[in-house]
Write a protein that binds this ligand. Structure first.
Ligand code: TYD
Length: 132
């Protein structure tokens, strides 16, 4: 079974363009306390390399594309995000790496809590040790 959990986001579109609405506890399966976005990444400089203890996140590549590697300690999978109508759920204890960004990549992430460094596991051996 895949460890990649993609949420299909409904697109409201007409000849004027496309619109996607993100609503907490509706199409986003958690309370939204924080939204952050990344842009200006370098294809040669991957980011992430951490897991969270409690945080749930939904990553949407709203422009361009990138890859996300998800590792649950048992298996790894890479998914390419290249569609603003697809959201990747990143759950607690999923080690993740964002990589292979296109120059125009804008990666938006919704999170169910405020930024909290103590929720991060930044060392891969600690991640493996902390798996339930
Ligand atoms: P980090 O989460 O390490 O980035 P990535 O996982 O994409 O490589 O965050 C980079 C820096 O930004 C780090 O100093 C923490 C800070 N930061 C915040 O202040 N608020 C936030 O919401 C996030 C995600 C990061």
């Amino acid at each position: 079974m895949s460890i990649i959990n993609i949420i299909d986001l409904s697109v409201i579109g007409d000849k004027r363009g496309s619109l996607i609405s993100l609503e907490q506890c509706r199409n986003v399966p958690f309370e939204i306390k924080r939204v952050y976005y990344m842009y200006g990444m370098d294809s040669q400089l991957p980011r992430g390399f951490h897991a969270h203890k409690r945080l749930r996140q939904l990553a949407v590549c709203v422009n361009g594309s990138c890859e996300v590697l998800i590792d649950n300690g048992n298996s790894q999978e890479v998914v390419r995000l290249n569609d603003p109508s697809k959201g990747l759920l990143i759950e607690p204890y999923q080690w993740h790496v964002m990589q292979s960004f296109t120059r125009d990549c804008i990666l938006m992430v919704l999170a169910d809590d405020y930024y909290n460094e103590s929720d991060y596991i930044r060392n891969y051996d600690d991640f493996l040790r902390n798996l339930q």
